[in-house]
Ligand binder design. Structure first.
Ligand SMILES: Nc1ncnc2c1ncn2[C@@H]1O[C@H](COP(=O)(O)OP(=O)(O)OP(=O)(O)O)[C@@H](O)[C@H]1O
Ligand SMILES: [Mg+2]
Length: 390
């Protein structure tokens, strides 16, 4: 934008601000986002998804998740309203220094949900991986004693959900940047929020893949875990074929939108494909080893109805038969070349040594974590202001 000296004020005002180059996404609507919510797709694809249960969440529980600070219900509490049994993790600030004061139990307001969560954990074998409608709390594992998303008690789940920026995004910004408008409070309330509890499985991250679908064509596949796994190179054709068959048979004609991404897990012996999740065809979805510009503009053969010349029809079919989705794996030297030397979600985590040093002093750690996040937020804000001023 030129606002150099000598221009009249009128000219400067009339000049539109320079926009960053827009990616040619088709408009993303709230319906597109909702179609990727676990509660929308799970009933249709239950048989091809690892075992999971969905728990509808009442407003009182959602308010608890949205509240600042972390107060967990006391463990093993028979009298839910107030209890002498401190959870020993994050107790209410009001009671600090007073050993005999009763501890406030936030689950009083959503006791039924708490009990359902307890029962579902038990039904699923005692260990679960939690998730909200769209996001798992992958960025909050640093706060869990297991350093993973494995949860054995409702409190393990609350701690992860309340510490996760990704979960906060689901709760407060799920429909940001959609073509049909910003969310307002009343629309948020009407969003059917669910807690998804997945039976915990020890997953091998090397065989998790993200798959990209444009116009109901599977156009690209890549690893989800950004490390090099030599053995994948020998299996590339087999994996591509399994994913293609899975897509053709189970998803292509049944998913409500023509453009979407889906994640799969293909455990040894690599002959069965499991659906893990759907993500919208939108900037918010991480394209991992691709760029969105590539995915949006990648050439694919066009299937036409044109029957003018039998010869040309034959050659078109050949092109379609030969064409296959691009499968990207990380080569031995790629992690540094791609700039993946930093661990995933690192922007949302605390430094490892800080976490280790503070184990056993969780109250202090929480305080430090909040200060750390605030410092990061301020530094990002400063960065944005600086770039706006450039
Ligand atoms: N049943 C399970 N048991 C253990 N771990 C699991 C289970 N299901 C998924 N995971 C792990 O959790 C990770 C995140 O799950 P998921 O893909 O649902 O999260 P997400 O928030 O949708 O991620 P993204 O933002 O990348 O779309 C998976 O990559 C997988 O490693
Ligand atoms: Mg996802």
């Amino acid at each position: 934008m030129s606002t150099g000296q000598g221009e009249s004020v009128a000219t400067a005002v009339a000049t539109p601000p320079e926009q960053p180059k827009q990616l040619p996404f088709p408009p993303v609507t709230k319906q597109h986002i909702l179609n990727c919510s676990y509660h929308s797709w799970h009933p249709r694809y239950k048989a091809i998804t690892p075992k999971a249960r969905l728990i509808p969440l009442p407003e009182a529980f959602l308010s608890y998740l949205r509240e600042d600070g972390i107060v967990l219900p006391p463990e093993d509490n028979d009298n839910p309203e107030w209890s002498d049994a401190d959870s020993g993790i994050f107790s209410g600030a009001d009671n600090e220094g007073d050993e005999d004061a009763p501890t406030y139990d936030p689950s009083t307001h959503w006791r039924e949900t708490h009990e359902v969560i307890e029962a579902v954990i038990e039904e699923l074998g005692g260990k679960v991986a939690p998730k909200m409608n769209w996001s798992a709390p992958k960025d909050a594992t640093w706060i869990a004693a297991t350093n993973s998303m494995e949860c054995r008690t409702p409190n393990d789940i609350y701690l992860l959900l309340k510490s996760s920026d990704f979960v906060t995004h689901d709760l407060q910004h799920a429909f940001d940047d959609t073509a049909d408008g910003e969310t307002n409070m009343s629309e948020e309330i009407s969003t059917p929020y669910h807690l998804v509890l997945r039976k915990w499985i020890v997953l091998n991250p090397s065989v998790e893949f993200r798959c990209f679908v444009r116009d109901r064509k599977l156009i690209a596949i890549c690893q989800r875990d950004l490390n090099h796994f030599e053995f994948l190179f020998k299996m590339e054709d087999k994996l591509r074929q399994s994913i293609q068959e899975f897509f053709d048979g189970k998803l292509r004609d049944t998913f409500p939108d023509p453009n979407f991404t889906f994640d799969v897990y293909i455990p040894p012996p690599h002959d069965r494909v499991w659906l893990v999740d759907f993500n919208p065809w939108a900037l918010r979805t991480d394209p991992l080893l691709f760029s969105w510009m590539e995915l949006l503009t990648l050439d694919t053969p066009v299937e036409t109805q044109d029957t003018a010349s039998p010869e040309s029809e034959e050659s078109e079919d050949d092109v379609i038969d030969l064409w296959q989705p691009e499968f990207r794996l990380i080569r031995r030297d790629d992690p540094e070349a791609y700039g993946f030397a930093t661990p995933q979600y690192s922007a949302h985590k605390l430094p490892r040594d800080v976490v280790d040093a503070s184990r056993g002093g969780e109250g202090m750690m929480r305080e430090f974590a909040e200060q750390w996040k605030e410092a990061q937020r301020l530094s990002e804000q400063q960065g944005n202001e600086d770039s706006e001023n450039d």
